[in-house]
Write a protein that binds this ligand. Structure first.
Ligand SMILES: C[N+](C)(C)CCCC[C@H](N)C(=O)O
Ligand SMILES: O=C(O)CCC(=O)C(=O)O
Length: 462
């Protein structure tokens, strides 16, 4: 049951501080479930409102406040220059400063709904702006400004676009794993010793190519969902050649062109690029492109021809490593989250350099956003004063011990037909040394393009 409340239309700016008279604010009971709005500042009026009982209690508390009026009990407590809005479908109320509200006006004069761009000059908004009237309708919060301008805000817009609203918004869970907690079907191949050739595909992490091609089947969304959740996923039933791999990946996202090319391939014999990836050597767990200021986001591998012997791939979850390292070595975690380390890539015509930390965090939530770890591509350690270098080596080698713990190593054998996608901002990869004509192709996807695709498909990212 909800209550229908009616508030008088009075109240203009300049009234005395400490509250304003509201009369007949509670007039009846209605079985309606709508938004509730509480006037904090009390310098303007509201029209007919529908309030949930809990909101009515809030309103009463506010109206009677700390200094209830002896006569009518309808004074409004002044709580600063803001509105507090409570919607029956919100788990908590939200506060809005008037400047924020004016800045987020979505009327066609202020916002171009065709280009999704703002249209006004911010310095034209007086920072002390206050509305002359506020009204909460079923659909939106309406605000009238002193110059006659009117703004309307849908409640969904307000919830989705405030810091406070975002705190409780749904985010796709990222599930850090060790080999003990990998999705069940993967565990059979979790240890290098027990490696079964041709890993078992599991329904959580594998999307057949046909499901990517048919929009009805939602394959792209499922694939992205799995990559966000576990840091990796597979596309199965892909013809084992470079062009078919390209076509399959392009269903997901544009391919990123780097100096390795858009689609690249490695034979292990010809050193097409001067990097150990183009040899037959063992490569320990690492993330790629630490030498780019923005590392490639997704790493794609399609093994078109397996090795005669060896050549298995290794995956290690960097977010799980981050957690283990932070729990065991909090000082080391703080050090490697704040001290920047240079990385580089050098070959004929190329000298790529990037200076950044190993752990990177979302500047607002502080959650880990990226793990950058590559022992091979570290540049000379010129970013730290010599007196800090001993600390660096201590923390870095402690980190490396955790990375090399077999409980974090998931080894798998890639076979023609199944394409592996890993989140290179989270997962490390590596490979065993090999013999034979192993032929691997793949490509990278850019961070911005991949995240954009995820958002378009409504996968809520961190
Ligand atoms: C993947 N692909 C074969 C194109 C390049 C491999 C580059 C490896 C480089 N050391 C890095 O970690 O970025
Ligand atoms: O050959 C492989 O499977 C992986 C090579 C590698 O580590 C890389 O390309 O970064």
């Amino acid at each position: 049951m909800t209550l229908k409340c009616e508030w008088t239309q009075y109240l203009g700016p300049g009234s005395s501080p400490g509250g304003h008279q509201l009369t007949d604010w509670l007039t009846g009971v209605q079985p309606l479930d709508m938004c509730a709005l509480r006037l904090i500042n009390g310098s303007f009026g509201l029209g007919t409102r529908f309030l949930a009982p809990s909101s009515v209690r809030l309103v009463r508390k506010t109206l009677y406040g700390s200094q209830p009026s002896a006569d009518t009990g309808t004074n409004v407590t002044s709580c600063g220059q803001q509105l507090e809005v409570h919607h029956s479908r919100w788990p908590h109320c939200l506060h809005f400063t008037y400047t924020w509200l004016r800045d987020h006006c979505r009327c066609p004069q202020c916002y171009d709904h065709k280009t999704y761009q703002r249209k006004y000059e911010i310095s034209n908004i007086p920072l002390g702006i206050r509305p002359v009237a506020v009204k909460a309708t079923e659909k939106e919060l309406k605000v009238k400004w002193p110059d006659g301008h009117e703004s309307g805000y849908e409640y969904k817009f307000l919830w989705q676009n405030t810091f406070e609203g975002q705190q409780t918004s749904y985010r796709m869970p990222q599930l850090p794993w060790t080999t003990a907690t990998l999705p069940e079907a993967h565990q059979t191949t979790a240890s290098f010793k027990n490696l079964t050739y041709g890993f078992i595909l599991d329904k959580y992490c594998t999307v057949p190519l046909g499901d990517l091609c048919d929009p009805e089947k939602g394959g792209v969304k499922r694939l992205i969902y799995a990559i966000v959740k576990h840091g990796f996923a597979f596309i199965s039933e892909v013809p084992a050649d470079i062009e078919s791999t390209r076509t399959a990946i392009e269903k997901v996202c544009n391919i990123k062109n780097t100096f390795f090319g858009d689609m690249w391939s490695m034979k292990g014999t010809n050193y097409e690029h001067f990097d150990s990836a183009y040899s037959t050597a063992y490569i320990g767990a690492h993330t790629d492109s630490t030498y780019f200021t923005q590392a490639c986001r997704i790493q794609v591998f399609h093994c078109l021809q397996p090795a005669t012997e060896g050549g298995e791939n290794l995956l290690v979850d960097g977010f799980s490593i981050a957690k283990q390292f932070r729990d065991k070595h909090p000082k080391g975690y703080a050090f490697l989250s704040s001290e920047a380390i240079p990385s580089e890539y050098i070959e004929d015509g190329q000298h790529q350099v990037s200076l950044d930390t190993i752990f990177k965090h979302n500047p607002v939530t502080r959650n880990i956003k990226q793990f950058r770890y590559n022992i091979y591509d570290r540049a000379p350690l010129s970013s730290l004063p010599m007196e800090k270098t001993q600390d660096f080596y201590t923390h870095f080698s402690n980190l490396s011990k955790i990375i090399n713990n077999p409980k974090n190593e998931y080894w798998l054998k890639l076979n023609p037909g199944t394409v592996l996608l890993t989140d290179n901002w989270r997962l490390m990869h590596g490979r065993a040394n090999f013999t034979g004509a192993r032929f691997m192709c793949g490509c990278y996807l850019d961070n911005d393009d991949f995240c954009s695709k995820a958002r378009v498909l409504e996968v809520q990212l961190e």
